[in-house]
Design a protein around this ligand. Structure first.
Ligand code: PLP
Length: 379
């Protein structure tokens, strides 16, 4: 099998599976971390240690981190919770139309509730228009919401420039960043960035599904999304999961080892595929300077889903972004916002890599593309 769909989800590491299975059988770790007796205390200690390990990967403090069920929950809590709690900060939110649905759905709801949501234009490079940002940000701007690395194209956000613009216009404006597709692939120093809110998802860096992270900078107040027993300083009630916290900490720690070397190898795979694919009636839709872990490509003569199923016959897994219905053909809203030609967007397929993919797999991929084209006599 060749798995080029790592932006959808990644395979949990063997180390993670082993840890969870050992933890599940560990007689000292199954207690409720909130219980005052010894069983609870040993579970709590292990749970907090995992939180500290994760926090240190992002250069933050353990108290600034909240475990959630997924990045979607983190986004909902961060955006909604900040705006509801900080009404005096303003009623304007600035974002783009290329955000993940986890963000866009919350913004749509807030807009219905009377908040003013401004969507910046996005260029063919997938980046928001920074001049427009500088012109619209004002005293009423409460929050900026952006994604560090776009899940469909790999476009990288000019985050430092955005922070500079924000600081020059309104220091009270807070920033929420979705780091789902960059965590484990790029080093992220939240302390240095100084942003207020951030989200992460363990299943995108070879951890388990059902484990998300929310960063809330010290001193920032937000309304919690889930109320109850007051766990996690009241920010996310519900009995803490030792298994999820420890497996997430391990997956994140292992992703940091040789992170630059992995980026280099994935860059080589990406460059090879780019150069071979353009010789084969394909158009690269990912920007030149995108994160190499994502490669969006449009195959002439094949609608997205057709190509996905052709590749599947060779046990090669990729993703489509355009959804076909019987009457209308919907193209990806991200590509649409970037101004990609409709016909190209209709044939868009996303390849997304992990540090475990190899150049040999990329070569086989190209061989199979040739076979598919020959089969359909298009070359
Ligand atoms: N943000 C981005 C950029 C994503 O790619 C995804 C998942 O694909 C999410 C948020 C949502 O993550 P989760 O599956 O943890 O809810």
């Amino acid at each position: 099998m060749i798995y080029f769909d790592n932006s959808a989800t990644t395979k949990p590491l063997d180390e993670v599976a082993k840890l969870v299975s050992e933890d599940l059988q560990n007689d000292e770790l199954w207690g409720n971390p909130g219980s005052l007796h010894e069983l609870g205390t040993s579970a709590y200690k292990a749970y907090i240690k995992a939180k500290e390990d994760i926090a240190s990967c992002f250069s933050i403090r353990e108290q600034e981190l909240v475990f959630t069920s997924c990045a979607t929950e983190s986004a909902n809590t961060a955006i909604n919770g900040f705006l509801k709690r900080n009404k005096r900060n303003g009623r304007t939110i600035i974002s783009t139309k290329t955000e993940h649905r986890a963000t866009l759905s919350v913004l749509e709801k807030l807009s219905d509730e009377g908040f003013n949501v401004i969507y910046l234009n996005v260029g063919p490079d997938g980046k928001p228009d920074l001049e427009q940002l500088a012109s619209v940000i004002d005293g009423d701007t409460s929050l900026l919401c952006f994604t560090h690395v776009n899940n469909e194209t790999g476009a990288i956000l000019p985050l430092k420039e955005i922070i500079e613009i924000k600081n020059s216009k309104n220091r009270n404006t807070a920033i929420y960043i979705d780091f789902v597709q960059s965590a484990g692939k790029l080093k992220i120093d939240l302390r240095e960035l100084g942003i207020e809110l951030a989200s992460f998802s363990a299943h995108k860096f070879h951890g388990l599904k059902g484990s998300g992270l929310l960063y809330i900078k010290n001193g920032i107040r937000i309304d919690p999304f889930i109320l109850g027993g007051g766990q996690q300083n009241g920010m996310r009630s519900g009995t803490e999961s030792l298994y999820l916290s420890r497996s997430t900490a391990l997956a994140l720690k292992l992703s940091q080892t040789d992170i630059d070397e992995h980026l280099k190898i994935v860059s080589e795979i990406n460059s090879y595929l780019r150069s071979e694919l353009v010789k084969r009636k394909a158009t690269i839709l990912s920007p030149e300077d995108a994160l190499p872990y994502v490669l969006n490509v449009s195959f002439e003569g094949f609608e997205s889903e057709t190509m996905l199923h052709c590749l599947e016959r060779y046990n090669i897994y990729v993703s489509t972004i355009s959804a076909c219905s019987s009457k209308t053909k919907k193209i990806s809203y991200v590509l649409e916002a970037m101004g990609v030609d409709r016909k190209l967007a209709t044939n868009a397929v996303r390849l997304s890599f992990s540090r475990f993919n190899t150049m040999d797999e990329a070569k086989i991929f190209i061989e199979k593309i040739d076979e598919i084209y020959q089969l359909f006599a298009l070359r």
